[in-house]
Ligand binder design. Structure first.
Ligand SMILES: Nc1ncnc2c1ncn2[C@@H]1O[C@H](COP(=O)(O)OP(=O)(O)O)[C@@H](O)[C@H]1O
Ligand SMILES: [Mg+2]
Length: 289
């Protein structure tokens, strides 16, 4: 899957390509000159601190916001999405951080929310509950998720499991592009691992995935491409072959700014030897004995 990642020319088959995109909220420039592409069977990670513009970027891809300049192509066609429905019609499914689920409804009901199959006609038309139950169970199993009981309220699942159900749902409904906004942000190490496994499963099923995260470790585990955002601008764009985890972590942490900070800290350390904690002595107190 990574054999094309060293190619630097434009990939003509990109599912989604943003070029030099900018976005303003009134006077606030949320994005400036951002470019990114997502291809089938690849994971593009978008990294950046709070306020970097990650959510704004995916809201453009998801059809919630319009970009102000630059181009947005879907499968090579310049596109302006009118609304999220239009994004879905193009096969772009977005899983937001605060998942839009109905906690008290069963897992199967949430799986089909808004796209419920029915059977019968006219006044006899009703929800095909058996089909929904069975399909949900089968689809989750296909992704390797063995839920004992798809009748349990989705609110009883862990955060990681809910993310997995959302991913399985997008795959089932035929998404070509899956956009995930910080799916591991609120999760522990183990659950994060499970979610990343299903992100990789979606990629292996041929979807193009956009994974938003501020965790370079999570990104590097699964990512094929990495786009770093900083205060709305591009701070780097790399393929997997062109950046190590250490370098990605360094850039993510602020790179040169972090070097400066560590110099600062060294100088502070040099100006005064180790002081016992809990004392309020200044370095000068140390030298006067
Ligand atoms: N609806 C909005 N109206 C005005 N400013 C916004 C809006 N949404 C985001 N912003 C601003 O745009 C910038 C980028 O925000 P966002 O895309 O949410 O960043 P991230 O998801 O990386 O934390 C921030 O400065 C934020 O305050
Ligand atoms: Mg955000």
């Amino acid at each position: 899957m990574n054999d094309t990642s060293a190619v630097t020319v434009k990939d003509a088959t990109a599912l989604v390509r943003l070029t030099d995109v900018s976005k303003y909220y009134g006077n606030i420039r949320a994005l400036q000159g951002v470019s990114l592409e997502v291809s089938a069977g690849e994971i593009t990670c978008v990294l950046g601190d709070n306020g970097a513009g990650k959510s704004t970027l995916i809201k453009i891809i998801a059809g919630l916001h319009r970009h102000d300049s630059g181009s947005f192509e879907i499968e090579g066609e310049e596109t302006v999405l009118a609304n999220p429905r239009a994004a879905l019609d193009h096969g772009i499914a977005t899983v937001y951080q605060d998942l839009a689920v109905v906690p008290l409804m069963p897992v199967w009901r949430n799986f089909f929310l808004g796209s419920e199959p029915t059977r019968g006609r006219g006044p006899l038309r009703r929800l095909d509950v058996d089909l929904m139950r069975e399909t949900t169970r089968a689809e989750l199993l296909r992704m390797g998720i063995d839920l004992r009981d798809v009748d349990q309220p989705i609110g009883t699942l862990s955060g990681g499991e809910r993310q997995c159900v959302a991913i399985a749902r997008a795959v089932y409904f035929g998404a070509k592009v899956l956009v995930l906004d910080e799916p591991t942000a609120a999760l522990g190490v183990k659950q994060s691992g499970v979610v990343l496994k299903y992100v990789a499963a979606a990629r292996d099923a041929g979807l193009g995935v956009v994974l938003i995260t501020h965790n370079p470790h999570h990104a590097h585990l699964v990512g094929d491409r990495f786009v770093l955002l900083k205060r709305g601008a591009m701070a780097g764009s790399h393929t997997r072959d062109s950046i190590t985890l250490d370098e990605l972590t360094r850039q993510m942490a602020g790179g040169s700014e972090l070097d400066e900070l560590s110099h600062e800290l060294e100088r502070v350390a040099e100006s005064g030897p180790d002081r016992p904690s809990g004392t309020t002595r200044t370095p000068r107190d140390d030298t006067t004995r």
